[in-house]
Design a protein around this ligand. Structure first.
Ligand code: GDP
Length: 286
């Protein structure tokens, strides 16, 4: 008589995708990190869509060797995406590229001077974040030591008036750092802005070494043609994650028709119903 083979119980785990790297996904559970791959069935689907990105919550099975096989990706609450840079001249079919799933918060960092705030870019960021329905959106105005907080407030008055929280900060003089630290706590945050505005300095002021971790991710993910974008959520001490990928920095607006753009300008939104043009661009129309 042969011994009945004891079936190993299948252990299913749930976790958060904190890193993607050429078909491998690092998944953080409450207890540990697992390096996972997609189950075959999902792998086929993932050729067509971005099935698994940072910020996704997944169910996976732990293999005998300790690695994991992702069985299912939970439906996303929201995504922040951009237009994927076209691969080759001539084949410029635009494709959505999901930068991050389920971000809780976006913090857009600009300097009050050196470099001067690039408000058009800030508007783009804000629209992308509104479109993605990111629940918490705020602006960080750094380098207030250069012109003083009063002058800084004048620069960002419009944004303050339309309701965006603005954190006036100076990484150099430790201003606003505690507020930023509290904001990052327990959230998945997109923390981005143009280069030279002091993002690294702010992150390091919040937590020594945080910027280095973020930067090494960004450098490893240069624009590349059809290389997969490797992205990472960097854990913050005490809970929460910061994401900053080059993808976020070169945010091209995805899937927004000129006629619907007004809906994402929070100051225009309440007046849309009063406008007589349904596809108003609010440029030349009376
Ligand atoms: P990043 O490219 O956005 O990460 O910017 P960095 O953190 O590398 O900072 C760019 C430059 O701005 C560096 O020379 C910093 O020393 C300087 N800088 C950063 N924060 C401040 C600040 O609060 N005040 C002033 N005056 N300079 C700052």
């Amino acid at each position: 008589m042969t011994e009945p083979t004891l079936k190993q119980p299948v252990i299913k785990q749930h976790g958060l995708v904190i890193k993607t790297h050429s078909g491998f996904y690092t998944v953080q559970t409450d207890q540990a990190k697992y390096i996972c791959q997609l189950r075959g069935r999902l792998k086929d689907q993932s050729k067509r869509t971005e099935l698994c990105v940072i910020g996704d919550r997944v169910t996976f099975e732990v293999n005998a060797d300790g690695s994991g096989a992702i069985e299912a990706v939970e439906p996303r609450e929201r995504v922040l995406s951009r237009v994927e840079p076209s691969n080759f001249a001539g084949t410029s079919t635009e494709r959505e590229q999901i930068i991050i799933a389920n971000p809780d918060q976006a913090i857009f960092v600009f300097a009050v001077a050196n470099p001067e705030p690039h408000v058009r870019l800030l508007d783009r960021f804000l629209i992308a974040a509104e479109k993605a329905s990111i629940p918490s959106i705020c602006i960080c105005a750094n380098k207030v030591d250069l012109i003083g907080e009063e002058a800084a407030r004048v620069l960002f008055a419009t944004y303050e008036k339309i309701g965006y929280p603005i954190i006036y900060a100076s990484a150099q003089q430790n201003v606003g750092i505690e507020t930023l630290r509290e904001r990052l706590h327990d959230k998945i945050s997109v923390f981005t802005g143009p280069s030279g505005v002091g993002k690294s300095s702010l992150l390091n002021a919040i937590e020594p070494g945080l910027a280095r971790a973020v930067k090494s991710v960004s450098l490893a993910t240069t624009k590349g043609r059809h290389t997969t974008v490797n992205s990472e959520l960097i854990p913050v001490i005490g809970g929460g994650y910061v994401a900053d990928t080059p993808g976020i920095r070169s945010l091209g607006l995805w899937d927004i028709e000129p006629g619907e753009l007004d809906a994402y300008f929070v100051e225009i939104h309440p007046h849309i119903v009063e406008c007589r043009f349904s596809d108003c661009t609010h440029v030349d129309e009376p």
